[in-house]
Design a protein around this ligand. Structure first.
Ligand code: ZN
Length: 145
């Protein structure tokens, strides 16, 4: 079935159902389509296109485009929020790791300088100097804690 918006030559607008477009054409040509307001058979299709969707229950139409767009926007926002949080966490880890490495480096430099200073200061040579360095290296784990 197809619903046509029709108009008579006197300007009355009305709607009528037809089996299909061909049915309308033949009925209109043989004068079987008349205006319900004035009875004239001088009718024609209104400029508006035939509307076969008219009268469809609202439940079949689903959410409108605005609703859908908002739904998509919320999904994108959630994804971006998750991504941002992940990046911030990774940055926090990277900063902590970098700070830890810097701390270890500072300790190592301090120990190496202290050992070198002691060697030079006490003018130790050979085995005595090596022993001092070994001690300093041996103490490294304790100093790092
Ligand atoms: Zn009419």
């Amino acid at each position: 079935m197809i619903l046509y918006e029709l108009k008579c030559h006197r300007g009355h607008a009305f709607e009528a159902w037809f089996l299909n477009g061909a049915t309308y054409d033949s009925q209109q040509a043989s004068g079987d389509v008349s205006c319900p307001h004035c009875g004239t058979t001088g009718v024609s299709k209104a400029p508006m296109a035939p509307n076969i969707a008219r009268g469809r229950p609202h439940s079949l139409q689903g959410p409108g485009p605005d609703f859908r767009a908002q739904e998509v926007a919320e999904k994108i926002r959630d994804a971006v929020d998750g991504l941002r949080q992940e990046i911030e966490e990774n940055c926090a880890y990277a900063r902590a790791e970098s700070a830890a490495i810097q701390q270890v480096r500072d300790h190592a430099v301090t120990l190496a300088m202290a050992a070198t200073a002691k060697i030079l200061e006490e003018k130790l040579t050979g085995a005595a100097g090596d022993a001092l360095i070994d001690n300093a290296i041996g103490a490294l784990p304790d100093r790092l804690h």
